[in-house]
Design a protein around this ligand. Sequence first.
Ligand code: UD1
Ligand code: CA
Length: 451
Amino acid sequence: MTEIVILAAGEGKRMNSALAKVLQPVGGQAMIRHLIRSVRALGPEAIRVVVGSGAEQVEAELADDGCEFVVQSERLGTGHAAVQALPLMDPGARVLILPGDMPLIRTETLEQLLACPADLAVLSFVPEDPTGYGRILRDGQGRVTAIREQRDASAAERAVAEVNSGVMCARAGDWVSWLGRVRADNTQGEYYLTDCIALAVADSRSVEAVVADDPDELLGANDRRQLAELEQVYQRRARNALMDAGVTLPDPGSVQVRGRVRCERDVLIDRGAILEGEVRLGEGVVVGPGCVVRDSTLAAGTRLEPYCVLESVRTTGACTIGPFARLRPGTELAAGVKIGNFVEVKNARFHSGAKASHLSYVGDAEVGERANLGAGTITCNYDGANKHRTDIGADAFIGSNTALVAPVSVGQGATIGAGSVIGRDAPADQLTLTRSTQRSIRGWQRPVKKG
Ligand code: UD1
Ligand code: CA
């Protein structure tokens, strides 16, 4: 039986933020959510999160995540935080304790630690720069004797390259015994979880440090610089996963994945694209340079020309979008649709072959098959109080610079003369226009500048 305790009550002072540290995002998601996903895959009996500083924020973020919360009302250190969870532990359980600020750890690595038979097992690693981490101290035979925090370490101890990831595993009863004896006799006056190592050694219990293969996984984020490093590691992983799935990234380092992106084969994501939330790209989709795509599903063959911004968009067939198009929530485009430059679409459905090629706003509308919206077509969907719908029939042709004052409908095959303001329904197959007669004034003189 395994139980999990995540320590997430710290203030995260070094982050200098109004947001609780464990909620700082990596890959567009709170750090602690990544961690919870990894530990949940172990199938634990319980996941308990120790909260304190920013408790309401953390509890709100994890409200639907099935975790239990334990409150640490004073910040007296990682050992003190772990003590708060002791009364809830099943005496027979193995309890895995993790810091909340290490989002990159994989389930497989945690399994390696759980496979270690020692009474107290700690996951260690050798980072490029050990500054700030607790050092793993070993005796002449290589046996772990203690963990020394950076602040309390001698120069010789600081030279040790192997550090504590903060992840430890032991039986509940042992945690009770060791944590009950931890003293706050260090430079910070805090109760350190890490002191359990020396206490276990003093009890002649078996203690082992399992060295992780990939140090990047165990990086913790105490400040924004470390957060940025974690982000880089996360992005590299996410891009590699995309490339393994058959996606071409001509300039991988420039692409950012901030959510869950699923791609079919031969998708191309060009430089500077940002993908956020739940994104699904069908076979052969092209995401042009500089595009931002959030929570959208694009059917096979959809092409985003450069610099498009999409949010909650669905395409159901191959269509072309952009450059410089903005597609807002509720946009649905069928096969053969063309949305051109400087076109904004919101809550509107374009049926197959419909086009809005230049400079338009189409909101709360239905655009029939093959309908063509000329440059500058605007749906006036908002009267200052309510939104109204515009219905454009199949094969309609809307002349340039037309204002469609909703609620209004344009019949199938109707033609609207350029520059019209259409406030009443336009019948099918007829030309409708509201245009004043053109006049020319003979002999008219241009004004001239005075003296
Ligand atoms: C800790 C370890 C260090 C290890 C490093 C790994 C200790 C004393 N030090 O240092 O050996 O190398 O993690 O990243 O354990 N927390 C609470 N309540 C508190 C204090 C902290 O819940 O009173 C939580 C924090 O929210 C955080 C976690 O415990 O999620 C670790 O605390 P942090 O201050 O980040 O410890 P480090 O200095 O990084
Ligand atoms: Ca930390």
